[in-house]
Write a protein that binds this ligand. Structure first.
Ligand code: MG
Ligand code: ZN
Length: 207
């Protein structure tokens, strides 16, 4: 396992160096299946494009190109990686598909990692940062149960906030859980259904 991670880190370093020279920011979006990762991209990408951001997306899923099709409909370059039985993307997979993009025509690449709160966190993809995404319906205790991603991600996006009145999710308990793991975290509240909370996120991705 240590050797696997060492090899991975080499690929991650290459990606990071390449994108630095091109002036491209790379985001690694990590969350459970159904957290709303693709919906978040469907909401944000048109708004970011309106601001002039040139974006490409890398989609990671075990199977199908369903999410890549949703992103392609937004008229941005997208590549789907199918990982089969593997529950995370690794840096060699990401490094390979970067060559499919016209890098000189991009400002940022967003990776939607395979839905999983655990091992995508352990595989560095050469991204500038990891962003955690978690939905109201997953429960307010998840930061305590899966602390590593909430420790590594400076930004946490809580989705499906329109559902809070219909669940026992406590925003206070959730915030306290996050703070117990990391003090300087930025928490974004978002409803992809109503669009509420999109503006601060746009600012975050494209200051
Ligand atoms: Mg998805
Ligand atoms: Zn995995």
């Amino acid at each position: 396992m240590q050797n696997v991670l060492k090899v991975n880190d080499l690929f991650a370093f290459q990606t990071s160096e390449l994108l630095k020279t091109k002036g491209i920011r790379l985001f690694n979006l990590i969350g459970s299946p159904g957290a709303g990762k693709t919906s978040l991209l469907e909401l944000l990408i048109p708004l970011l494009k309106d601001k002039g951001a040139r974006i490409a997306v890398i989609e990671g899923d075990c199977a199908t190109a369903r999410d890549a099709a949703r992103i392609a409909a937004l008229d941005v370059p997208v590549v789907q990686i199918n990982t089969g039985n593997s529950c995370h993307l690794d840096a060699s997979q990401v490094g390979k598909v970067l060559g499919d993009f016209s890098l000189d025509a991009l400002d940022m690449v967003i990776i939607e990692n395979v839905g999983n709160l655990v091992c995508p966190t352990g595989f560095d993809l050469g991204a500038d940062e990891k962003i955690a995404i978690i939905s109201v319906t997953e429960g307010d205790d998840k930061p305590l149960k899966y602390p590593r991603i909430f420790h590594e991600a400076k930004s946490v996006i809580l989705t499906k906030t329109d559902l809070i009145p219909y669940t026992n999710f406590s925003l206070q308990r959730f915030t306290e859980a996050l703070r117990s793991i990391r003090q300087d975290q930025e928490l974004f509240l978002l409803s992809c259904t109503t669009g509420e909370g999109a503006s601060p996120l746009i600012e975050r991705f494209w200051p």
